[in-house]
Design a protein around this ligand. Structure first.
Ligand SMILES: [Zn+2]
Length: 403
């Protein structure tokens, strides 16, 4: 529904509310482009007709009219390197910190595509198209370039205030993680939440820092491209990990497989920042402990794990029931002729002694031990640029077919 940037009205009652109404549908780039162009032509014609009739230029904000339903072409996938080669090559001219792929970007160490995060997405907009309030997946940073021709208006709140906004979401009958909401600015000011508000002109690149809560509205007709990046800093890693844990508590899927990523970081990069090092090492330690306890439990149940291995580009696994990331020890059960991966908790809920489950292992315990031990703090003197020389995967990690 098209609305003023300052407010979000309930379509039925016209009261100021936080929840945003929208319906989902699918279309093609060409069809949306047609809609976008005809919406522009229509608006141009309306304006010309008004001028011809001798009426002054209309000011939308002073005019009462019935709200119009508009369409927003979100999350158009530009990951196919064959289809979009010239466009993607153009983006490689950006400075390293903003590039889709770079050694200093944590998301380049995931080893597989996460659509829209380490690949590019396109957003095609008509005036009023809204991206409701959110933080990026697992608090990663994002890069957003407005291709134009129109402007976008941005609203941003620093990470430190996300909890205040989450509480305000509940008060306004929506949910911070699962809901779709457009904050009321006055309510934010009343709670002393600072809001940055600015226009993104064509050609402007917006950097959304780790954890920044933001919401965006198109002022004119425009297309934007966006992706995520993860600078190798203690702050980024910590915020990502904290959100990973928070998501678990609130049954919200973490799009970034942070455990898998942490092991890859340990393999690939040299860390000289003590805080970043300690935080990654701590995560590896807890992950290793979880692996050992899981394997012990499998043994106690009288089962044998099968070595499954994995290739470097295999996607990470998520529990088919609760969507938590499952690392290294996979509890697999055939359901409706599909092999479904379970986390240990969901597996035990179904079968306390794992009856009917096949347990697969992705890495040998020795390999994980080695990665853990070899991951040490590097002194700044002997420092090489992080991630410049990726180490090869452990030799025993050759894949075997799923049995
Ligand atoms: Zn589960």
């Amino acid at each position: 529904m098209k609305q003023e940037a300052d407010e979000n009205l309930d379509p039925a009652t016209e009261a100021k509310v936080w929840p945003c109404a929208s319906h989902r549908s699918h279309t093609t780039i060409a069809k949306y482009a047609q809609y976008q162009a005809s919406s522009f032509q229509e608006s141009l014609k309306e304006e010309q007709d008004r001028i011809a009739a001798g009426a002054p230029k209309t000011d939308d904000s002073k005019k009462k009219k019935t709200p119009k339903t508009i369409k927003f072409g979100t999350n158009v996938d530009l990951s196919d390197e064959k289809k979009w080669r010239p466009q993607l090559q153009e983006l490689m001219k950006l400075p390293a910190f903003a590039r889709v792929v770079s050694a200093g970007n944590m998301l380049s160490h995931v080893g597989h595509p996460i659509l829209g995060m380490n690949t590019v997405q396109l957003y095609m907009k008509v005036p009023g198209s809204r991206t409701p309030g959110h933080q990026e997946n697992n608090n990663f940073c994002s890069i957003n370039i407005n291709i134009g021709p129109g402007d976008c208006e941005w609203f941003g709140v620093p990470d430190a205030y996300w909890g205040v906004i989450a509480n305000m979401c509940e008060k306004n009958r929506t949910n911070y993680l699962h809901g779709s909401w457009w904050p009321d600015l006055q309510e934010l000011y009343d709670e002393n939440v600072p809001v940055y508000r600015f226009h993104q002109k064509p050609g402007d690149m917006v950097w959304v820092n780790s954890g920044c809560v933001h919401w965006v509205q198109a002022v004119g007709w425009c297309n934007n491209i966006a992706w995520n990046v993860g600078p190798l800093t203690a702050r980024q890693y910590t915020l990502a990990l904290e959100r990973f844990e928070w998501n678990k508590l609130h049954s919200f899927k973490s799009i970034v497989p942070l455990v898998h990523l942490s092991w890859n970081l340990a393999r690939n990069i040299k860390v000289s920042d003590p805080k970043l090092f300690e935080t990654i090492k701590g995560c590896l330690m807890r992950s290793f402990r979880q692996v050992c306890l899981s394997l012990d439990f499998v043994k106690q149940c009288g089962l044998q794990t099968k070595f499954h291995g994995r290739t470097r580009t295999d996607a990470s696994h998520y529990c088919g029931i609760c969507e938590i990331e499952v690392f290294n020890v996979l509890f697999v059960k055939e359901q409706e002729r599909r092999h479904v991966v379970h986390c240990i908790d969901c597996a035990r809920r179904q079968a306390p002694r794992l009856e009917g489950f096949v347990v697969l292992e992705e890495y040998h315990l020795n390999d994980l031990c080695q990665v853990y031990d070899n991951f040490v703090l590097h002194s700044v003197q002997g420092q090489t640029l992080p991630g410049q020389v990726p180490t090869p995967p452990p030799s025993s990690c050759t894949p075997t077919p799923l049995t």
